[in-house]
Design a protein. Structure first.
Ligand code: ATP
Ligand code: MN
Ligand code: MN
Length: 308
């Protein structure tokens, strides 16, 4: 890790002002016709994608999945800055614990890549205010053996329910098996809600969606209750809970990224594996379907009254 005041050494790779050690280290090994992805490529991705990532990550506590030896090596969650952590990372105070890692700019993202940080998992809070939720995440987890088309129908059902409550849901891939339906909410003094209300709302909506179609949905955490269903995981919405950030890579085979979609893309045949670090440069040239995410925020209070 770089130390404060460090000058880039000659011949070293420097990205966004961060000196990159072992730039040729393979983080995602080659697979089939897909070439390996190195640390140099990861940090360049963070630099290129910073404008898309930062609105969803900046100034919120963030957990990082680090895999300094690549996805086949040891992986660990890091929440707190460690001695020697890069000075481009900001510390975010939360009331009862050690400060969390925070990112405020492209240098912070690249510093995370430099330390082998492959995944970004922010809280769903308002930037600069860990005690105030500013979004709700419905994490759709399909049972093994389900088709992605089933996840698509499920996401549409959740969308419909949320729209009926006057909310503006957005949708993203996770870089894994499911989808996340994410609702921006207002977090100003008049509209703000508590974390308990946020979780209670997510639970109540999930229960209603399940009750309307119990053959396809479950809200029971136990794996054995899932039998061929989509688990509506509402537990992403408590204080300190995280969800993978839009555009975050995943430390899994395939180098998938959690990709923001337009609802128009969410239809039969969509292949979430089409969104990977290999395609990132091309994907970044397309318009951002989440450009108006924040503008979609409304107060949760009326909807909360209806369902809780
Ligand atoms: P998938 O589509 O494969 O389910 P996912 O990102 O939704 O991908 P989940 O296991 O459903 O994966 O978890 C949802 C979110 O909860 C993650 O994005 C992560 O932020 C958080 N999470 C899950 N497990 C942990 C954990 N052990 N520690 C911290 N956060 C976790
Ligand atoms: Mn999930
Ligand atoms: Mn889950």
């Amino acid at each position: 890790l770089a130390v404060p005041g460090e000058k880039p050494r000659k011949g070293k790779l420097v990205v966004a002002g961060v000196t990159i050690s072992s730039p040729d280290k393979v983080l995602w090994p080659a697979a089939g016709d897909r070439p390996a992805i190195t640390k140099a490529e990861l940090v360049r991705f963070y630099e290129m994608a910073a404008e898309r990532i930062l609105p969803h990550v900046a100034d919120r506590p963030v957990s990082i999945i680090r895999a300094p030896e690549g996805i086949t090596g040891q992986k660990f969650f890091q929440r707190h800055a460690m001695p020697g952590s890069n000075p481009r990372l900001k510390l975010i105070d939360v009331k009862e614990r050690k400060p969390y890692i925070g990112v405020v700019d492209v240098g912070g993202l690249v510093a995370i890549g430099q330390s082998g940080g492959l995944e970004l998992h922010p809280w769903g809070c308002k930037p600069g205010d860990p005690e105030t939720p500013d979004q709700i995440t419905f994490d759709l987890d399909p049972d093994e053996g389900l088709d992605f088309d089933d996840v698509i129908s499920a996401a549409k059902a959740v969308k419909k329910k949320l729209e009926a409550l006057g909310l503006n849901p957005f949708v993203k891939t996770t870089g894994g098996k499911g989808l996340h339906v994410v609702v921006p909410i207002l977090a100003d003094a008049k509209s703000r809600i508590e974390w308990d209300q946020c979780k209670a709302f997510a639970k109540a909506v999930s229960e209603r969606v399940r009750a309307a179609d119990p053959d396809h949905f479950t809200t029971t955490l136990a794996k054995k209750a899932r039998g061929g269903k989509i688990f509506l995981d509402y537990l992403r919405n408590g204080r300190m809970a995280t969800a993978v950030a839009p555009w975050s890579p995943r430390a899994r085979p395939g180098a998938g990224i959690a990709f923001p979609l337009s609802w128009g893309q969410v239809r039969k045949g969509l292949d979430p594996r089409a969104f990977t670090l290999h395609e990132a440069e091309a994907l970044l040239k397309k318009p951002d379907p989440w450009k108006d995410f924040r503008d979609g925020a409304v107060s949760l209070k009326p909807a909360l009254k209806k369902v809780v």
